[in-house]
Design a protein around this ligand. Structure first.
Ligand code: AMP
Length: 267
C-alpha cells in the first residue's frame, strides 16, 4: 500500500475499546488512506504489582466494533512475537519520563516507548494517533520520535469524556457504582483549576490546594499527584505566566482503580 502511494494511519491500543479509542480511529480514517489498529496488552509497561493479568480484554467485541468502523487492518501480535525469548533492547527517554507517572510507575514509560517503537517498525505508519488523555505519554512519544528521527507524524486527539465529565478509560469497568460516582471528582477538580485560572489566579500552590480540598470528602479517593506543568517541556511550575500553555494533571486511585486525567489551559 505504501508503494501504491497510500498514506498509512496507525492507532495503537491495548483493546477493550471505547469511544476514546474510536475517536482516534475516526481521526485516522479522515486523514489517511489506510487505517491500522493494533491491540496488544503490553506486559513491559505494567509493574509486577499492577493489573496486567486482570486488564479487561474482549477481542471478539473489539474486532466487531473495528469492522463496523471500517478499519482496514487489525494487528494482533502475540507476546512471543514481540518479546521473543532472547529480547534485550529497550528504549529509554530521559527527562520527560522522570516526574508524575514516571515517579509512581518507574518502569512504565520504558515499556511504552519500547512497544511503540516496535509497533512503528512493524506497521511503518505515516501518521500515528494518540489521545491527550495520556498527556505525559504523548510528550514522551513525541520526544522519542524527535530524538530518534522516526519517519512518523504524531497526531494528538482530544479527550473523550462521559456525560458527567469522567474521561473514558478501559479501566472504568473496575469501578463499583459508588466508585463510579466518586470518580467524577477528577474532572470536577480540573474544572476548579480552570475556573480559578480564568479568573486570574496565578499561584499554583493555591490552585492545587483548592483542588485537593475536593478530594477530602471522598473516602475512596487517594491522590497520587496533582500538578501543573508547562505544556511544551512538561516541567513542573510554581507560578503561571500569562500567554503560556499548561497542563493540569491528576492521578488518583478510586478504591483499587488508578485513574488519570488532565486539561490544557492557558494562563
Ligand atoms: P490504551 O488502550 O489505554 O493504551 O489507549 C490507546 C490510545 O487511546 C492512547 O493513545 C490513549 O491516549 C487513547 N485514549 C484512551 N482513552 C481516551 C479518551 N478518553 N479520549 C481520547 N483518547 C483516549
Amino acid at each position: 500500500m505504501k508503494k501504491a502511494g497510500k498514506t498509512i494511519g496507525f492507532v495503537p491500543t491495548m483493546g477493550y475499546l471505547h469511544e476514546g479509542h474510536l475517536s482516534l480511529v475516526r481521526h485516522s480514517k479522515k486523514k489517511c488512506d489506510v487505517t491500522v489498529v493494533s491491540i496488544f496488552v503490553n506486559p513491559t509497561q505494567f509493574s509486577p504489582s499492577e493489573d496486567f493479568n486482570g486488564y479487561p480484554r474482549d477481542l471478539e467485541r473489539d474486532s466487531k466494533i473495528l469492522e463496523s468502523e471500517g478499519v482496514d487492518f487489525l494487528y494482533l501480535p502475540s507476546k512471543e512475537e514481540i518479546y521473543h525469548q532472547n529480547f534485550q533492547t529497550y528504549v529509554n527517554v530521559e527527562f520527560v519520563t522522570k516526574s508524575l507517572e514516571g515517579e509512581f510507575r518507574p518502569t512504565h514509560f520504558r515499556g511504552v516507548t519500547t512497544i511503540v517503537l516496535i509497533l512503528f517498525n512493524c506497521v511503518q505508519p505515516d501518521f500515528a494517533f494518540f489521545g491527550q488523555k495520556d498527556a505525559q505519554q504523548l510528550a514522551v512519544i513525541k520526544q522519542m520520535v524527535k530524538d530518534l528521527k522516526l519517519r512518523v507524524e504524531i497526531v494528538t486527539c482530544p479527550i473523550v469524556r462521559e456525560r458527567d465529565g469522567l474521561a473514558m478509560s478501559s479501566r472504568n469497568v473496575y469501578l463499583s457504582t459508588t466508585e463510579r460516582k466518586d470518580a467524577t471528582v477528577l474532572y470536577k477538580s480540573l474544572q476548579t483549576a480552570k475556573n480559578l485560572i480564568s479568573s486570574g489566579e496565578r499561584k499554583v500552590s493555591f490552585i492545587l490546594s483548592e483542588m485537593d480540598d475536593l478530594y477530602s470528602s471522598i473516602s475512596s479517593a487517594q491522590i497520587d499527584y496533582i500538578k501543573i506543568v508547562e505544556a511544551c517541556t512538561f516541567e513542573i511550575v510554581d507560578e503561571l505566566m500569562v500567554d503560556k500553555e499548561y497542563f493540569v494533571l491528576v492521578a488518583c486511585r478510586i478504591g483499587k482503580t488508578r485513574l488519570i486525567d488532565n486539561i490544557i489551559i492557558s494562563a
